[in-house]
Design a protein around this ligand. Sequence first.
Ligand code: ATP
Ligand code: MN
Length: 543
Amino acid sequence: MLSSLGSKRFFSAAVNVTRILNKHNINPKPIPIFHNLSYENIYKKEISNGEKEIDNGTVAVSTGIFTGRSPKDKYFVSQEPSSSNLWWGDVNKPMDKSLFERLHKSVLDHYENDVKEIYICDAYAGANKKTAKKVRFITEYAWQHHFVRNMFIRPGDDECDYQNFEPDFTIINGCNVTNDNWEKDELNSEVFVGFNIEERTAIIGGTHYGGEMKKGIFSMMNYWLPLENIMSMHCSANVGKDGDSALFFGLSGTGKTTLSVDPERELIGDDQHGWDDDGVYNFEGGCYAKTSNLSRENEPMIYDAIKRDALLENVFLNENNEVDYFNTSITENGRVSYPIHHIDNYKKDLKAGHPENIFFLTCDAFGILPPISELTHDQALYYFLSGYTAKVAGTERGVTEPQATFSACFGAAFLTLHPTKYADLLKEKLEKHNTNVYLVNTGWSGGSYGVGERMSIKTTQACIDSVFTGEIKEVEKVEDNFFGFKVPKKLAKVDEHICQPSLSWEMIHDYDVTAQKLVGMFKENYTQFLDPNMTDYSKYGPQ
Ligand code: ATP
Ligand code: MN
């Protein structure tokens, strides 16, 4: 079976894999092992494993009951030296070493006894060679192998020295293993995502969702890099023809992926970046776009990136195996992963210089924040620590009240160190490189969810373009009554009443009441950062 998949090199790699697995105490003898498969061979395996090919040449998979991450099931082994560094709390919960070892063993036992095939993906995280991490993913499904091959930086053929690939971190995906003892173990559920930093290993059990591997490595990058004084960021990035790079920070669904593709600017990456003394660089080698309501008209470059080698997840297929992106009955979080070269104008080295502009994206379902406003560096740190966005409330009928979410550094779920560590790094870099910062509301305009409407992608793009063309620096601005930042009165392509939300609400009184409510939520959230040992940025936030 191994030789049927090709070259001598593959075979020798597989032999090497035996050694790797032995190191993890997995006895692989009777089990076929596939190592860094080509897309062609991944496709063949997927089809023979019963995944569906659809008319655009892609493969569509279902990730089962979990169509998103399970943040409450994430644990870190509590041991030194990492214990002293970790930001312990709801995001990073402790696990005893002995429990980790028991779960680790149950995953390895599964690989030894139950799996039909083993897939091993060796890749890089980080496009800057100096600080790149070697990452390995052990999975039991071809589509999971496909996902990590898409998402991480694929080693070039000349770097395929598998014999000497010594991973900095290994994720062993035991998606079919559950922890039936979870209650006794005082865990959250039978699902577990456990990290042992000292052993450079993570284990996943009970969930098939591929995003656990993607964001698992991001959590590790957020651990390693700031300790080396490198900023790690939950943001997308692109670069203009003059070499002016831009970052787009934001929580899920705020527009990082959507707004980073731009026919006029080369794409660096859509989700995770580092910022070191040389500039910014992508951690990944692929993109992970939302498919809900995706149309060629609104997002042509993403739509056209969905072709052979892309992998669709949890999208609705009709009886003829045709996709329907407008049917979100499986989940709102339907996704497609594709290697970054599916975006024609991507930046080949996935790197650029120090950013000239930073955008904080927020999807404000209250309709209070202006589509674009200018922040001072102090204000930027306030909004960075706040990490605000607002979700549209659940699917219950008649519930139209938006729900505010505050997530430090626009990605608290992936922070492994205290938020101030990242804020300090950002502060230093903003000052050193004199970077402009803007707050962009990609959410509601003309009223809250239920009354107003979501800002069109075109309007948001026009706001962002006003920064790239320099227009925003020239236009007259007003100070926001509630938030204190500077807001353009109008832009060439964005009307006055859109630029200034107070003008677009039918009743100014409703606007004032809602704005005041939002201010209260910001203030309440910020109390967690009012610590005598921390710089107090609250005076730069709403009063
Ligand atoms: P994640 O971290 O989960 O990957 P993200 O920040 O990359 O999230 P996107 O995938 O870009 O978010 O999702 C933004 C969604 O909102 C897309 O489905 C896009 O079509 C939609 N959208 C609607 N209006 C806008 C707008 N004005 N700006 C940006 N996106 C918009
Ligand atoms: Mn994204």
